[in-house]
Design a protein around this ligand. Structure first.
Ligand code: NOJ
Length: 471
């Protein structure tokens, strides 16, 4: 890994959530296009129109002092069909985007898969079909070959836990299944695909480093009882270990496999695939941090996962119970939460980073961190002091973890500008820059953009940024 690289202060997006142009440039249909159109749901057909405005967006990032941009590539924009033919128009689009990053001195930090599976693979069973893993390997190799001369930072997958649990257990993301056995199978195939991608990167001798991005939920317990300790281990296996252990050490947690093997047929986990996992370990971990997971022991009832996908701010009725394993505490009145009911808990990041360092000893990037809020963008600059406070507290947590030995090398705000938040649509805004979706997609930086710019300038000049009044 390049140890001379500067600390990355950047922000992040994902192809389906911001590009739009769903039928332009020879792009094939993605599973999200099909699912949202068929169900008549708010979609990302236009999203933030980044496909046509990436130059303006990257220039704005650079003017905001950001030195890295985390974005994802769209598989259906790059590969035309199951035969693996390359869409040269898609390659040209990303070539131009990557070149624009370099032109403005912004390091491209590229995620290969951020959930937009080509529909032609979903038609073949998607992540339940091991052929999809091999197709991913081919797609990843095309990306390395075509962009590897200018991209030094790669992540195979974004948040396997989130898209696998949502798609195969909760059923609120495509392919909208509620099937624990299939969920376990898809989870394995995704980690296998990730390892194949890493192996291909190494075998090709490309420069740079490769990691995976995980939706990090450090686990806390409600007390120190043995029952809570056991619930915490189940919750950690569910929320973190099947991704982090596997990607970092090449080994799936054996107690998790033991439990799943009692319930399901795991005969697809063959020695050659286990060997591939061992050979495909990552150079770094990307952690997306929004909140911790506070658990108590399981009491009774069926597995239940209720999350807020209403598109509107609401609190209260979320519920996560995994039968026999654990229950998540989401209803503590002392919790400080966002409008969407997500706990705001920066200290979870500090402690989580220290724990991840203790376990894996790998470089870490905070690949996402941010707050989703319903904001009125029609009245000039959005005064998002809450976002500034959120960022400050989380950056302070990172610095404290660094002091305790965590090797953190970058921080990416989610998101660069307002974008389409999956089932929550465009009302849940995370951007440093407002996008007026109703009025020509005009961009207006928010107060947090200015704060981040001044903060970064302070970090880079060695004169830490001070609040007005403290100067
Ligand atoms: C994680 C995901 O990577 C991203 O796609 C999503 O929009 C944000 N978190 C916010 O929920």
């Amino acid at each position: 890994m390049d140890t001379t690289a500067p600390f990355f202060w950047g922000s992040a997006t994902a192809s389906y959530q911001c590009e739009g142009a769903w039928q332009e440039g020879g792009k094939a249909e993605s599973m999200w296009d099909r699912y949202l159109h068929e169900n008549d749901l708010e979609n990302g057909d236009v999203a933030s129109d980044h496909y046509h405005r990436y130059r303006e967006d990257i220039e704005t990032m650079a003017k905001g002092g950001q030195n890295a941009y985390r974005f994802s590539l769209s598989w259906p924009r790059i590969i035309k069909n199951r035969e693996g033919e390359v869409n040269e128009e898609g390659i040209a689009f990303y070539n131009s985007l990557i070149d624009t990053c370099h032109e403005f001195g912004v390091e491209p930090f590229v995620t290969i898969y951020h959930w937009d599976l080509p529909q032609y693979w979903e038609d073949e069973g998607g992540w339940l079909n091991e052929e999809t893993a091999h197709a991913f390997e081919h797609y990843a190799r095309v990306c390395f070959d075509r962009f590897g001369d200018r991209v030094r930072y790669w992540a195979t997958f974004n948040e396997p836990k989130w898209f696998v649990m949502s798609g195969y257990l909760i059923g609120n993301y495509p392919p909208a299944l509620q099937d624990p056995e299939k969920c376990a199978h898809a989870a394995f195939n995704v980690m296998y695909a990730s390892a194949l991608g890493v192996k291909a990167f190494r075998a090709g001798g490309y420069e740079g480093s490769i990691g995976i991005v995980h939706s990090f939920g450090p686990v806390d317990g409600v007390d120190d009882t043995l029952d809570t300790k056991i619930a915490m281990r189940f919750a950690d296996n569910y929320a973190n270990n099947w991704i982090l252990d596997t990607a970092a050490t090449g080994e799936l947690p054996i107690d998790l496999l033991t439990d799943l093997n009692r319930r399901f047929d795991l005969s697809y986990i063959t020695p050659d695939k286990l060997q591939a996992l061992r050979e495909g370990t990552v150079d770094f971990l990307g952690l997306n941090y929004y909140s911790r997971v506070l658990v108590r022991p399981y009491t009774d009832g069926e597995t239940q996962l209720v999350v807020n996908n209403s598109g509107s701010a609401f609190k209260g009725s979320q519920r996560v119970v995994i039968k026999g394993w654990f229950e998540q505490v989401l209803d503590d009145p002392n919790m400080q939460t966002t409008e969407w009911g997500t706990e705001i808990y920066p200290d979870g990041l500090r402690r989580g980073l220290i724990e991840v360092t203790r376990r894996y000893h790998l470089p870490i990037y905070i690949t996402e961190n941010g707050i989703g809020v319903a904001e009125d963008v029609s009245q000039g600059e959005v005064q998002d002091d809450y976002r500034i406070a959120f960022m400050k507290d989380h950056i302070a947590a990172i610095k404290a973890a660094q002091e305790a030995g965590a090797d953190v090398r970058g921080y990416f705000v989610w998101s660069t500008f307002d974008l389409y938040s999956w089932k929550n649509g465009c009302r849940k805004r995370y951007g440093l820059v407002a996008v007026d979706f109703e009025n020509g997609y005009t961009r207006t930086p928010k107060k947090s953009y200015r704060w981040y710019r001044d903060f970064i300038a302070g970090e880079q000049t060695g004169k830490p940024y001070q609040e007005e009044g403290q100067r």
